[in-house]
Design a protein around this ligand. Structure first.
Ligand SMILES: [Zn+2]
Ligand SMILES: [Zn+2]
Length: 265
């Protein structure tokens, strides 16, 4: 199974998984031209994409979903509330065709090619937000982004993961002393905004299963209120104090550059 992060953060999010000739895209908040060029540069085939999963209806996750779906006749999987949000989102000029709308219900597994996928609810200031658990053979790939606080469903998903992409949005000190207006600071810090490096570190040490987890990536890092090395160090320090998890070294995902192809085992 292959994984690429094409972009991660408030200027655009997009992840790719591939196995047995089938690709899925998780969120597509980049410009369609940028995405298509990078995708082709990696030698990936558009014909292999059998589904687009959407976490939630914020434009940094959905900007080009309609374009890609329309051009290559790709079904789009998400909750009814996110579909409705995308239909009404004035920033999304290209709408998804009715025949490509696939409704996802939380906790009900569905299949795309060789992948068995389960969505679960996450708290954020939009409707019907999803985290996803994507299973392929022994791999349990879990993606959790744009969450305001940690819930039991999130802890349960983290505990099952062999490979985890999890938000580590801001450093609390940088946010509080940074340039954002107070209202925006409150939104980010609040229970339906994003989680801080320290909250992510706590989630990892509390919920990862030492016998299952192989790899952790930190996603959706803030440009203004975080630094990749700070996010990584906060989680790493916490994990190093956790005897059974001290072999895990979380990697921050770049905001705008693709990671290259990562082989998951
Ligand atoms: Zn976002
Ligand atoms: Zn969001």
């Amino acid at each position: 199974m292959k994984f690429i992060s094409f972009a991660s953060g408030s200027s655009g999010n997009c992840y790719y998984l591939h196995a047995d000739g089938c690709s899925i895209i998780i969120d597509l908040g980049l410009g369609i031209r940028t995405f298509k060029k990078t995708y082709k540069d990696y030698g990936c085939s558009f014909g292999d994409i059998q589904g687009i999963l959407v976490t939630h209806n914020h434009t940094d996750h959905t900007k080009a979903v309609g374009y890609l779906s329309n051009e290559f006749h790709i079904p789009v999987y998400t909750t009814e509330a996110v579909h409705e949000g995308m239909r009404n989102n004035p920033f999304l000029s290209k709408k998804i065709k009715p025949q490509e709308l696939k409704i996802v219900n939380h906790s009900t597994p569905f299949q795309i090619g060789p992948f068995t996928i389960t969505a679960f609810p996450v708290p954020h200031d939009s409707y019907g937000n999803n985290g996803y658990i994507i299973c392929y053979k022994e791999i349990v790939f879990c993606i959790i982004t744009d969450i305001g606080h940690v819930t039991p469903e999130i802890e349960e998903a983290v505990s099952k993961a062999t490979h985890l992409v999890v938000e580590s949005n801001y450093d609390l000190h940088m946010l509080e002393t940074g340039p954002y207006p107070l209202r925006l600071k409150k939104r980010i810090e609040g229970p339906y905004g994003h989680i801080s490096n320290a909250e992510t570190a706590l989630l990892l040490t509390n919920s990862l299963s030492p016998e299952l987890i192989k790899k952790v990536w930190l996603c959706h890092l803030s440009e203004e209120n975080n630094k990749p090395e700070l996010a990584a160090l906060t989680s790493l320090s916490a994990l190093q104090n956790s005897p059974k998890l001290n072999h895990i070294n979380p990697q921050p995902l770049p905001r705008k550059q693709p990671t290259g192809v990562i082989e998951l085992q």
